[in-house]
Design a protein around this ligand. Structure first.
Ligand SMILES: [Fe+2]
Length: 263
């Protein structure tokens, strides 16, 4: 993929998303949120790919993947007013339907087309299958890191400001309670990401996003997570929960261990 094609992809993305702007302030807020998220994920993926020394044509491909990874969010928001895949629709699947029927990838070689499609599919799954091909695994890891890095920033800020600026879509319909579910705590203590289906409260949701650290692939992403203090910010309000000391210490130790490994 070359620069000319990236320009074309940007133009397509702008044309595709512009009709989703909406007079309903609640929906519009989240359309803007997803547009900004997409552009920041493009920046993140470029930084991560550069840190790995990837060549220019692969950087362009990674950027196109970032641009398209959340295309399904716009239709999901229009139809359901929600970002919760488990109660609405898999937004990666929805995005692939949009991309396939638009033909936006049709001028790319088949290999690049498939690489983008498969990486979009993998971007929101619990894990990438171990049987996946090496190039798909690499690009899927890139988008997963770039995406998580930005979402962690959005969610940390959401928890810090949700009483002044509520956003129900980001609360995923969970109860405003800091109690922690045993399954979520136990997952973390076994270095496992908490599954969305295990969430009962907003306290659990804080744990789930904290547990994403177990699925960070590249040293530069880990360095940003540490530098921006996402762990501390996500867990800040849980200090009265009895299990939190063990969880916090465990996550902190894991972060330090991984940081030392990547030097
Ligand atoms: Fe996504």
């Amino acid at each position: 993929m070359d620069r000319k094609h990236i320009f074309f992809c940007h133009k397509w993305f702008e044309d595709y998303t512009s009709p989703y702007h909406c007079p309903d302030a609640e929906i519009e807020k989240n359309i803007i949120l997803k547009l900004r998220h997409t552009y920041r994920v493009c920046e993140n993926i470029t930084k991560i790919a550069r840190s790995l020394g990837m060549k220019e044509e692969d950087l362009a491909l990674a950027k196109a993947l970032a641009l398209f990874h959340d295309v399904g969010r716009f239709e999901q928001l229009r139809v359901f007013g929600s970002f919760n895949d488990s109660t609405t629709v898999d937004h990666a699947l929805l995005g692939l339907k949009v991309i396939n029927s638009s033909g936006v990838l049709s001028c790319l070689p088949k290999k690049e087309r498939n690489l983008i499609r498969k990486s979009i599919w993998h971007h929101n799954k619990y894990q990438i299958p171990v049987t996946e091909k090496a190039d798909v695994t690499l690009f899927s890891r890139l988008i997963r890191d770039a995406d998580k890095l930005d979402i962690l920033g959005i969610i940390a800020e959401h928890f810090e400001t949700r009483y002044q600026h509520p956003n129900q879509a980001l609360d995923l319909g969970l109860t405003d309670d800091l109690k922690l579910t045993e399954e979520a705590v136990s997952d973390i203590l076994q270095e496992r990401m908490v599954r969305i289906g295990a969430l009962r409260t907003l306290g659990d949701m804080r744990l789930m996003y904290s547990s994403w650290i177990f699925d960070i692939n590249f040293p530069i992403t880990l360095a940003y997570v540490k530098e921006r203090g996402y762990q501390e910010r996500l867990l800040a309000d849980l200090s009265l929960q009895p299990e939190i000391i063990q969880v916090r210490d465990f996550l902190q130790a894991y972060l330090e261990k991984r940081s030392r490994m990547s030097i």
